[in-house]
Design a protein around this ligand. Structure first.
Ligand code: SF4
Length: 381
């Protein structure tokens, strides 16, 4: 059963309650560079980030925040910006109130924000009617708490207990608080979030922090988030991977979408079911066919999404032979399967019923035309 936390409004986005988890990301540009940071916010938002965090380490960055807000508004993008504060957040927000105004949420790290600064940030948030994320991170737990703790999980939970008690002592409302406990180990992350979800009613931001780069980081993030989200833990989600040099920062958003979609929590694009192929497939035609159809779906989906309502829920099956082809097609909207050990011949299914055979050199093109027609006829606006 889903744990029901208070609904928190972050700009135009609502989280908690019965709302499904939303995707968050963070820029890596120098916030003082308004052009580059606005461009990265827009790119992350276009990729699917529904909330974008930006680092605000100094006064100059804080003064850039309203300009970044203005730039993205000019592009008609409505994406809440979260300010990421460490050490000196209260000082920055007091001296640059226009930054506080432009942000939709403040992230406070209780591990490196002095007690007085922490309460001051909450008072500033109250004044500007903004929510906060109290985000403990294993890498920056206060040394005195670390000394008293059994392990890192215990340390981040203790940190949040103290922070929540401090917020309650000034009657800071629960529906303006999001909590997070970030650790870089999968099992610790799962353990910490389970404790958090039992101890606190607040909305939770979940993710595996500093998960690494490449396949290892991606799989670790998917495992940690998959287990938590399956247990209905998590109101905002971030995948924190180190991009490979030259890799788009939007990749973390794409992975986040894949995680939510694979759990059936939200659909972002059509689902393609395909088998690995085996000794029953001949040559590499099956692989080429799967790749070609998948690429065409990915390329055309942005157009389908605009024209055909619900096309993100489309399910396509592409199977290498009749062992599982007709069966998978029954569970798909549209499907194709090879007979096995024969090329240039395929069976096509719509809503589980075989509708035709395709033969010859142009199997893929002909299937594609049938699929496009199916989408146009079945997902009308
Ligand atoms: S569906 Fe057919 S080709 Fe694909 S893996 Fe199964 S047996 Fe092999």
């Amino acid at each position: 059963m889903k744990r029901i936390s208070p609904v928190v409004k972050i700009g135009n986005v609502k989280i908690g309650g019965n709302f499904p988890p939303v995707l968050q990301s963070m820029t890596a540009t120098d916030t003082r560079d308004v052009e580059k940071t606005s461009a990265e916010v827009l790119a992350l938002h276009a990729a699917g980030a529904e909330i974008v965090r930006i680092a605000v380490p100094d006064f100059e960055s804080a003064r850039a925040v309203p300009k970044i807000f203005e730039k993205i508004s000019q592009k008609n993008a409505v994406v809440p910006l979260v300010g990421d504060f460490h050490f000196n957040g209260a000082e920055i927000l007091k001296k640059v109130p226009e930054c506080a105004r432009a942000l939709s949420k403040f992230r406070i790290n209780p591990g490196n924000t002095a007690d007085a600064g922490f309460l001051e940030m909450l008072e500033i948030a109250r004044k500007f009617e903004k929510p906060v994320r109290i985000g403990a991170n294993a890498g920056s737990v206060a040394p005195e708490i670390l000394k008293k703790s059994k392990n890192l999980v215990d340390a981040v939970i203790r940190t949040l207990e103290i922070s929540v008690a401090a917020a309650e002592s000034i009657n800071f409302p629960a529906d303006k608080i999001v909590l997070s406990a970030k650790l870089s180990n999968v099992l610790d992350t799962i353990a910490a979030h389970k404790i958090l979800s039992e101890k606190f009613p607040h909305a939770l931001h979940v993710g595996l922090t500093e998960s690494g780069s490449g396949l290892g980081g991606e799989i670790s993030s998917a495992v940690a988030l998959g287990i938590l989200l399956h247990e209905k833990i998590g109101d905002t989600v971030r995948v924190s991977i180190t991009p490979r040099p030259g890799e788009a920062r939007t990749r973390e958003v794409e992975i986040g979408k894949q995680i939510l979609q694979s759990l059936g929590i939200r659909n972002f694009f059509p689902k393609i079911v395909s088998c690995p192929g085996c000794g029953r497939t001949a040559g590499d035609f099956y692989q080429k066919m799967t790749a070609e159809i998948s690429d065409r779906v990915a390329k055309n989906f942005p157009i389908w999404r605009e024209k055909f309502s619900g096309s993100e829920n489309l399910k396509i099956s592409i199977l290498g032979c009749v062992v599982n082809g007709p069966g998978e097609a029954r569970d798909a909207d549209f499907g194709i399967c090879l007979p096995g050990r024969a090329e240039n011949f395929a069976l096509v299914f719509a809503r589980g019923e075989k509708i035709c055979d395709l033969r010859g050199e142009n199997v893929i093109d002909e299937f594609w035309h049938l699929l496009e027609r199916f989408v146009a006829e079945n997902f009308k606006k």
